[in-house]
Design a binder for this molecule. Structure first.
Ligand SMILES: Nc1ncnc2c1ncn2[C@@H]1O[C@H](COP(=O)(O)OP(=O)(O)O)[C@@H](O)[C@H]1O
Ligand SMILES: [Mg+2]
Length: 403
């Protein structure tokens, strides 16, 4: 009886965990969007949805208690019945003279005590079960293999930096029904600069995780020097790519360590990189220079300074491929000009994909690729696209109109 009720309890415990996880999800969502929630005075709705999601756990809780109670009743019922049976049979043994009353009583106690012991063990089985269920979810997460890991793949002897996106289809795992790229083509010849432009949400930034292989395309392929990047060693591939975005990730370390970023580099190499990034002047003016702590607990830095540090980091990495995503998007005009100068130096001799909101910054790119709804719609030089009079010309007109 204990075993059977345990099987039911196992199922129920799994369900109740799921129900709690869902309720916790709702609470977490509410907390992380608390500002929006309050701004729209939506507390009642949030409370209501949390309460309804808890209803499920209440139902399962009642069921669990019911099963536990029934299980206990059955177990004790069986125990008492078996005692009665034993006494009844014992009577025949005593009357036929095959055993004494004392022996029957001793056997009875032995059985009762061992039964109690077993019963206590059974309640512990439930704890084992609970542990197993909890561990099951953990292990599910630990053993989830990422489909993109490739530690074995090939290494190209000397990467030239020819990039090609060939008929790439892609959607994010979190929203598989929304296509981000649908039949996207892009060719970046070695050491050339291709600017990617298009309206917000057209899928420009989504090129980056595909190139870095944080994701793989659903369909189609991304090639580096004619080799599908799926076949390349992941670590090597990433070491070929320098990434600078609008939100540079600075660690709570010294400026020097933030530029070196885990690689062995001598101070003069770091200084050299900082000079190219136009960061040397401001770093030297600091009291502790390159030893200054940055990050949350350290020096408060401006956007411009942070971006310069991440440019210096990319210079030191010396990658074949450079991905720049709206680097200067949050800067004022003066800072933008200086950072753009540093970027121009960084881009020299590298295959670059540059995404910029302000079209005037990418006029000089070798090619301009225009994206619309996850597809490449135009590609050419600035002059060619102006003559074409398509989307690029339209976007340019819009930008000039807002000035
Ligand atoms: N990590 C993500 N998970 C789910 N959807 C995303 C993610 N990043 C971007 N998107 C969606 O992909 C679409 C394209 O975004 P993005 O590539 O950032 O465009 P762009 O850079 O051209 O503005 C948008 O609709 C955006 O909401
Ligand atoms: Mg973007």
């Amino acid at each position: 009886a204990g075993g059977i009720s345990n099987i039911f309890l196992h199922r129920l415990a799994e369900n109740i965990q799921d129900a709690y996880a869902e309720a916790a999800g709702i609470a977490e969502q509410a907390i992380s969007y608390i500002r929006t929630l309050y701004a729209f005075t939506n507390e009642t709705l949030a409370k209501y949805s949390y309460a309804t999601s808890l209803q499920a756990t209440l139902r399962y809780g009642i069921l669990i208690s019911l099963v536990q109670g029934l299980g206990l009743g059955f177990t004790y019922g069986l125990a008492i019945c078996s005692c009665a049976l034993q006494l009844w049979i014992g009577r025949f043994f005593v009357t036929s003279g095959r055993a004494t009353g004392g022996e029957i009583i001793a056997a009875l106690f032995a059985i009762i005590l061992s039964g109690l012991g077993l019963n206590q063990a059974a309640t512990n089985f439930y704890s084992f079960d609970q542990g197993r269920i909890a561990a099951y979810r953990l292990f599910e997460m630990i053993t989830r293999s990422s489909s993109v890991a490739n530690q074995e793949g090939a290494v190209l002897a000397s990467a030239q930096g020819n990039i090609e996106f060939r008929n790439v289809y892609f959607s994010y795992l979190s929203r598989p029904e929304i296509p981000i790229l649908s039949g996207f083509y892009l060719t970046v010849p070695a050491k050339k600069t291709v600017a990617l432009v298009g309206r917000n949400g057209s899928g420009k930034s989504s090129i980056i995780p595909l190139m870095e292989r944080f994701y793989d395309p659903t369909l189609g392929e991304v090639l580096l020097d004619g080799e599908n990047i799926k076949n390349l060693k992941l670590e090597w591939l990433r070491s070929q790519i320098g990434l600078v975005t609008q939100e540079p990730a600075l660690l709570g370390l010294s400026i020097m360590e933030n530029i070196a970023y885990g690689r062995d580099a001598a101070l003069d190499q770091i200084e050299e990189a900082a000079k190219i990034a136009h960061a040397h002047t401001f770093i030297s003016s600091l009291e502790k220079g390159y030893e200054t702590q940055v990050g949350r607990a350290g020096l408060e830095m401006t956007e411009e300074q942070k971006i310069k540090l991440s440019i210096a980091r990319a210079v030191l990495l010396n990658p074949t491929i450079l991905l720049l995503d709206e680097v200067t998007g949050g800067l004022d005009f003066e800072a933008e000009t200086i950072v753009q100068e540093a970027l121009d130096l960084l881009m020299l001799g590298r295959s670059t994909i540059i995404i910029a909101r302000r079209l005037s910054l990418i006029k000089n790119a070798d090619y301009i690729a225009v994206m619309e709804e996850g597809q490449l719609v135009e590609m050419g030089t600035h002059d060619e696209l102006i003559t074409l009079g398509g989307l690029y010309a339209e976007l340019l007109k819009c930008e000039e109109a807002t000035k």
